[in-house]
Design a protein around this ligand. Sequence first.
Ligand SMILES: *Cc1c(COP(=O)(O)O)cnc(C)c1O
Length: 375
Amino acid sequence: MRMIPSANPGANYLAYKTEIDAAVMKVLESGWYVMGEEVEQFEKDFALYLGVKHCVSTGTGTDALILILRALGIGPGDAVVTVSHTAVATVSAIDLVGARPLLVDVDSIFFTMSPKDLEKTFANWRGDPIKAVIPVHLYGQPADMNKIVDISRRFGAAVVEDCAQAHGALYQGKRVGTIGDAAAFSFYPTKNLGALGDGGAVVTSDPVLAERCKLIKQYGWKRRYISEISGMNTRLDEVQAAILRIKLKYLDDQNKRRREIAKKYCEYGVNSHLNHPAPAPGTEHVYHQYVVQSEYRDWLEQHLQACGVGTAILYPVPVHRQDGYAHKVSIGAGRLKATEDICSRILSLPIYPELTEPEIRIITTALMSFKSKKL
Ligand SMILES: *Cc1c(COP(=O)(O)O)cnc(C)c1O
């Protein structure tokens, strides 16, 4: 039996193969491979798409977060708040600039940062000063930004949106990435806007912050070979930028298709032993992941596997429980109760625009026939 893979970046390439191949050939033959026209044009296109003034492309999404934190002057002796239920990248970026990650709980329904726990954590925290808050728009679901921005402003912290899973998602009519002081995107191949390799971007409407990001991105150079400030090297290459320019044109259509598939799962995959995701009011979810919850998660995973449906668990262990980070992080007021509870219940179904109608039917039928007992 052919398995339906849980993610399928190859299918997304094939969907636009002719256009992508031509664009890649053009770059290869141009003899210009980094910091050229494709990158410049992609940065303009992406800023325009989001409705933001500046876009500074980077080598990865993790680097985009690092760049923003460095440009904000955050480092050793500072704390940065984020969630533990996220890609480890969010927390590793904070650690890599030398700051202390302070992890708060998520909302148990929407999986995004709990404003209540954020507020309590700000009020009770006695450690290093909190300089920034990084809400993650996890699975394509925008976080509760009005409350998060309001609380962070009151306590004097910057807001940096982690948009790695939410390209094109809307929060009260605004694209995520335009709400905080700056935002980081990743173009890792499986993301909603994915390159055929690594890539990332910082976006902001703050000209000073954008300029600092541009300097730090390349050794602190304003003029070539002359460092004005200390920096690093993180660049999107011309081939990836050319590919992303093509894929960006189709992003809204693809997100629409993801929402249509989500609607079918929710309508036809009904089963009392599992809960479907609930989109937060006032938002447009882009379903980077379609995450169901079940008390019998491991059996559900086996059942789907037996029906030919590949699944994934994002994420099986929260960051504060992982050996590499457990000793480096501090924990917020709510003791991460929802975070710990979620891990054993979540399961991601395949959701990408190239899924066919017969595949969608296989998935909904498999959801319906789950019996909650061991096979
Ligand atoms: C993918 C991802 C990142 C990091 O992106 P890379 O490009 O892989 O470095 C950061 N945060 C979240 C939530 C992600 O999903």
